[in-house]
Design a protein around this ligand. Structure first.
Ligand SMILES: C[S@@+](CC[C@H](N)C(=O)[O-])C[C@H]1O[C@@H](n2cnc3c(N)ncnc32)[C@H](O)[C@@H]1O
Length: 301
């Protein structure tokens, strides 16, 4: 089950495509990929399907035949916008199913949570897991900046950058106080951050250590980076809070081409021509709105 704020719709669609390899066309999607529901800021709930049936009676019979045994279980209610299971029918249905599951119900401390819904005439029954929203903890970091990314956006960018490949070597070459780096660390992705400003580098290091991770941030101009990476997330410095010229921005994009195979870049204006001139091909694009600002996201190879 997927949910996103309107201003992050395009980012969510891109993230789902990267994680599940398919377009999101409803507020839910079916996938055989094992993606942890806490991985994305936009996944609300995952139901790991155990059985499907074309009627409740059929589903009840399946559970009887399977002799499903489970102690301390509970049915969790969740809403699917396009679903057809109103509250009254849901209560009746889970009562029927509960009767044939062998074991005790525990409403307070269940060891297993089940989910039940009805979509397009198909009854779906499985284990229920909700997103634990781990990135919310990252908002407690000691330092943040006026140009820092929203943690949700940073997490989605990381997912867009690495997709299913959690072993991808990731770099944030202009990492600021480390918003992107922290999301990658919490997903156990090997990540490095570089930052030109001494003071901001120190703040990023404090943030990383505050959240219990080993340091992976260095003070360095992107022009001096010699290491090569599979993918970079570049939140391009812009002239709103810092003095940076267009030609310096172009130099940063060109330097990124030298150190990475794949690039996810965020810019404050449409810089497609500069991205292409640096030798990148744009393969995906979207925008993210933040208040009155629009940020341009480009995925490049
Ligand atoms: C838009 S901010 C990044 C914000 C970051 N994503 C965050 O959430 O905190 C861009 C950062 O790039 C840094 N920067 C500017 N020029 C740089 C360069 N040549 N090499 C490395 N970092 C640079 C700036 O000091 C600034 O902190």
């Amino acid at each position: 089950m997927i949910k996103y704020p309107d201003q992050e719709r395009e980012l969510c669609l891109l993230e789902m495509k990267s994680l599940f390899g398919k377009e999101l066309t409803h507020t839910y999607l079916f996938s055989s990929r094992d993606i942890d529901p806490s991985r994305s800021p936009y996944i609300k709930v995952r139901i790991t399907l155990l059985h499907t049936a074309s009627s409740l009676e059929e589903l009840v019979q399946i559970l009887v035949d399977e002799k499903i045994t489970c102690n301390d279980f509970k049915f969790e209610r969740f809403k699917v916008e396009e679903g057809q299971l109103g509250y009254a029918t849901w209560i009746e249905s889970v009562t029927e199913l509960g009767k044939v599951i062998q074991g005790e119900v525990d409403m307070k401390n269940p060891s297993v949570q089940f989910g039940l819904t009805l979509i397009d005439g198909l009854w779906l029954f499985g284990t229920y897991e909700k997103n634990e929203n781990p990135w919310e903890q990252h908002n407690l970091k000691p330092y943040t900046n006026s140009n820092s990314l929203d943690t949700r956006v940073a997490r989605a960018l990381v997912n867009i950058a690495v997709g299913q490949q959690l072993q991808t070597r990731l770099v944030d070459p202009c990492c600021g106080i480390g918003t992107v780096v922290l999301e990658a660390l919490s997903l156990h992705i090997p990540v490095t951050g570089y930052e030109i400003s001494w003071i901001i580098t120190e703040q990023a290091k404090v943030n990383v250590s505050f959240l219990g991770y080993d340091n992976c941030i260095s003070r360095m101009d992107i022009q001096e980076v010699t290491e090569k990476y599979d993918v970079a997330i570049l939140d391009l410095p812009y002239g709103l809070f810092a003095h940076i010229t267009h030609s310096q921005q172009q130099d940063i994009i060109t330097a990124a081409r030298r150190i990475t195979e794949k690039l996810v870049i965020l810019t404050f204006s449409d810089m497609d021509e500069d991205i292409a001139s640096a030798g990148f091909s744009i393969v995906e694009r979207c925008t993210v709105n933040k208040g009155k600002f629009v940020r341009f996201v480009r995925v490049c190879s």
